[in-house]
Design a protein around this ligand. Sequence first.
Ligand code: NOJ
Length: 532
Amino acid sequence: MSRNWWEERVVYQVYPRSFYDSNKDGIGDIRGIINKIDYLSSLGVGAIWLNPVYDSPNDDMGYDIRDYEKILKEFGAMEDFDELLEKLHKRNIKLIMDLVVNHTSDEHKWFKMSSSNIKNRYSDFYLWRDKPNNWASFFVPSAFSYSDSRKEWYLHLFSEKQPDLNWENSDLRSEIYVMINRWLDKGVDGFRMDVINLIAKAPGLPDGEGDGYVFSPEYFAMQPKLHHYLREMRQTCFATRDCMCVGETPFTTAENAPSLVEDGKELDMIFQFDLMDMDSDGDKWHIKPFSVETFRSILSKWQKTLRWNSLFLSNHDQPRSVSRFGNISSTKYRIRSAKMLGTAIHLLRGTSFIYQGEELGMANVPFSKIDELRDIESLNFYNNAEDKEWAFNSILKKGRDNARTPMQWNSSKHAGFSEVEPWIGVNPDYNQFNVENEENEEFSVLNYYKKLIKLKSTNKIIIEGEFELIMEDSDSLFAYDRVLGKDKIRIICNMTDKKVIIEDKSLQNIILDNVKDPDLNFLLPFEARVLN
Ligand code: NOJ
């Protein structure tokens, strides 16, 4: 059977605002990405996922779209986008766009029309009520805000400036499908669909159970109607095209996830968040220590649940993985654990997503005060928190701006990202961790990632092989075999700062290792080894 292209390509996620500033305004842009295509190509990745580049007032950094057909001015113009697409395709790199259709900006023309008190085609495009329910929103206490013009309340699961669309309305759905098809006709190769499993809401928007504002995913995530919408979308937009759709689907479980992907009629893949939630106790800001056992059991559960998984440890919403799951107490451990984590996740079965800077071992940012932050989620959380010191400490560990500081290109001022002060400060460690240094250093995280990407996208056993968990009782190791017929590749990762003796030496040929002179008898702290 021939493989789908996304089954043999590694995806690299570009956060345009922080990738490279070509026009000296402190903000990354599309031309900046064009200027760095050689770099993308040198990584060996086969596709790029671009965070939103559409026109937006940037209340939530582009996830509040004002016009789906226009490029954000700060990022360039449609001609730049077209050139980027063409140049990527020339290098055999596919381009995946972000699709944000659970909500728009309140500055979108649909919402402006919808909030008028005169009835029109758009009146029903959003979720209007004459009184709010008790749902909490992700970003602000209440998920409802009042419109002075329409004199009614509208639902927004995110900020007040991100009103939720009413998917019950078939005119709205048609408009969205036309928009999607326009991008596909241009030649884009698929979409990462923002919170796509939240588009259907429970009829009547019933109150959640509890006092005050209640976070109520049981009424806004994975509702039965979702499957109808996704199938309709697939039929209308994707069925006859060779494109890939990966859904961002919070609150999915091993029980309900297969309904989204298994028969291929809805999505090709999902992002589920079990691993990202493993260090939270209740909400994301209450932090639990890392546990190898939990890491292993989550990953092996999903490897067994779905035929094809998305594989990621970081993205623009998550802190840096090396700070979170690795060890940054010394440069040696930071470099080694960054490579180990890459090995642990990306050699599993599924499509790898590498977030910009992950390949350099970029780490969380030592912000020193709240006005250095830009993210609405962190700022709102801080402003509403009673204990500011605790809130700030949680933001240092979990805040999204950890991942959004500029890409570190070299040791010159602003890390070579821009010639002027960037929109958000550069991580002060850029002198050491940057592309130029790491290209020249044989044992850098970057050079290791290149090997990893090559292995991931060319090795038949790594692409097609089944996953088998091994050494499952170890309290230090995450280890598994990838098995294809009689062939086997073994991956052993020491996730701790202790040396671990290896008892099973049935495979002895080391094909990749993150330490210089590996010893078959043991693994050093944070060592990762690939054997066949
Ligand atoms: C998920 C996106 O990744 C995140 O950045 C955004 O804030 C929310 N969805 C709302 O669109």
